[in-house]
Write a protein that binds this ligand. Sequence first.
Ligand SMILES: [Zn+2]
Length: 808
Amino acid sequence: MSNNPPAKRLRSSGPLVNHRPPVECIEEGDSADEDDLEPDAGNDHESDFSDGELDVSYEPHVTTRSSSASDSAPGVSSSSGNVRTASKSCDVNTVAGNFVLSLHEKCFVSQSDRKEVLDDAKLLVKEGIKKFAEKVDSALKSQGSKVRLNDILNVEKYASSTCYDTFKNLETKSQQAKFFKDTIGVTDVKRIPLGKVLLRGRKGGVTKTKVIDQELIYVPLEETVDKMINHPDYKFFVENTQSGTCNSEYLDCYMKGSLAKENKILREHPDALRFILYYDDVEVLSPLKSRAGKQKVGAFYIFLDNIPLQYRSCLKVICLLGLVNANLIKGKYYGMDAALEAIVDILKKFEDGIQLPSGTKVYGTLIAVIGDNLGQHCMGGFKEGFTATRCCRICMARFESEIKTMTKEDEKLLRTKEDYRQQIDKIQTSRGKNEKFSTEYGLNRESCLNKLDTFHVLENFPYDGMHCLLEGALSLAVKKVLKHYLYDVKEKPFTLDWLNQAILSFDFDYSETRDKASELKEDFIKDDSVSLHQSAAQLWLLATILPLILSPLIDCEDVHWTNYLDMLEICRIVFTVKIPLWLVTYLQDLIDGYLSKFISLYGNLIPKQHFLIHFPSQILKFGSLMNYMCLRCEANHKYYKRLISVLTAYRNIPLFLARRDQLHQAYLWKKTMRHESTCGPHKSVRLEFAYYGNLVQAPGNELVESSWLDLNGVKFKPEHCYVVVGLKDYLPVFAFVKTIIVHPQVAFVCQDVKTVGRNLHAGCFIVPLTNGISVHRPEDMLVHSVFHAHSFGNYSAIVSKSCLGGQP
Ligand SMILES: [Zn+2]
């Protein structure tokens, strides 16, 4: 960032003073990793800011990373309310339970190791008591008393009994399971039989036969929902949905789409629960392990659309519904419906109104099933694979003809419920010809999901932006445009080595480095049948920064380049939450133009490009497709993979994972369902010495600045990020964050930025800084996100992955 002012040094944590906030600082520069932002296990620090001096009124769950360095620092008065509030007095057995839970969920300690740690902890408690007794005796002696503690109680016996009481009912695996069920409400999973299989094996020269149960491990939905809607944070979520998120001008949520208006349960019960079901296969073992592939787990998750999108990105609200060996529900075994039946049964009860264990009666409706295309087709009973004659679940376009050439949705080709009924009947009744009809219609079977009153497979399977765009159309667009400039043109504007070097030396900032692209290889670019070997997030970032790198080198009026920029514009619109109605019409024309030009430049379309033509009508039905993105959901699998790799549990993996998942969820919900916001090293500042002192007010003329702040999953860092604070002349108004205040309220002191315009060839905003200083609150931000400026010639430029303020 060439024209950014020099970074202001943050004062390192010095001696504590009375007005120091009730927190300790972590070492500066020791905070970049997202994992580091997780709250400390077993530390009830979430009360630190709200109970103590740091009253962050915007977000009551701001917590700080703590070290032990200044825990007992001198000069801190506990009566002033400036120090950490004392731990709430609670039963020592509960404290020990929390300790064991942390061993489980924070440290992934195995059962055998846990026993050893507990033995050490018992010894610690016992020796601690004995040491304390010695201290008391010595104090009594120094006071001239002849009484000794042992005269009053048997210290050895007392230490032993306290030790026993502390770890009572926490000794064995089953005792711990019961303890956690009773104290934090861990849900018992159910084992739903799918069938049995006979296994033959030889042991000691004798052939033995063993019957193995094959089952779906199911987490009772009514219990999950009961715990969720009775959680204090749920009320906060719902209130936020009603007040802010659903703005009437935009198609920003499901309730704005046409499907919500047609849903009879939502018409009769507007506050009914809106379920989104997500399915994915998880390879829990490393591909190198001998059992890999055989132990692929099919995972069903469910979450509520009632929770606003900004809180739904937190993994805590994505709940496990079922786990099954993926091989059992695919192909020759029991089929997907065998697992879906149990899920449909419970969802049907929600449609009719269900009494939850707590006595509350609620209604619910399944509004969408999301996943990758194969998973969605498998659940919906469509032909799997993109080479099927009819590979689109929205229309009847043929793979060999229309799919490759259509550039806009054709109403005559759309699948209808009436046709679908006839097609399914034909497949089910025509003996010997069912495979012919199945191929002809692109249908395998009627999914049991259709048993639900408010669900139909033709309507409630939205296309996923991550799989169709990032891993599909956008990935292809990047390949094609690079191939064109690298290998197809006579005078090559750059080489692949140069491009890889340019990406390597690009000025990525802190929120981008994780998604920095891997090296681009010639084979991957030239071969249409392989991917670019980048993750969806890497591809997304690479695609948006390519114009900054390449636009100075090429003729920006070149049709290959403008075609690529059109693709980026399509992505920005699709990945926007606040989409105004007119933008959907614009998107339709944009997609039509883009695909037509693509065909003329590169030839036939692939199925994932065809799916694009249905995006505008899907946005009209569902609201912004950002609400149904799989990108965040897939992060849930990390927990399972880590668990299996650490504990190396291979026997009945679905059962093991489901039980651990329930323990993990109870552990997380014990604290909060929200993303716990955190801040880094900080310092107290007197208002009269602050350069922005005339712009803010603070009781006692003191406030606290922090070196970084993680708010609802977005990390803000002074001198490194921009925020969008408004719109002017259809352009976003950026502000450069100079200082972050975390007390008495969260606020960003920013250097004003003048958005002088948008460079259409590079798809970026040019943003020189000005001398003005202003203060902005988190709720002033147009989007809850950070942006970074990058060098672009003599300018600083910002690229955005979505439309800012609804403008393409
Ligand atoms: Zn189609």
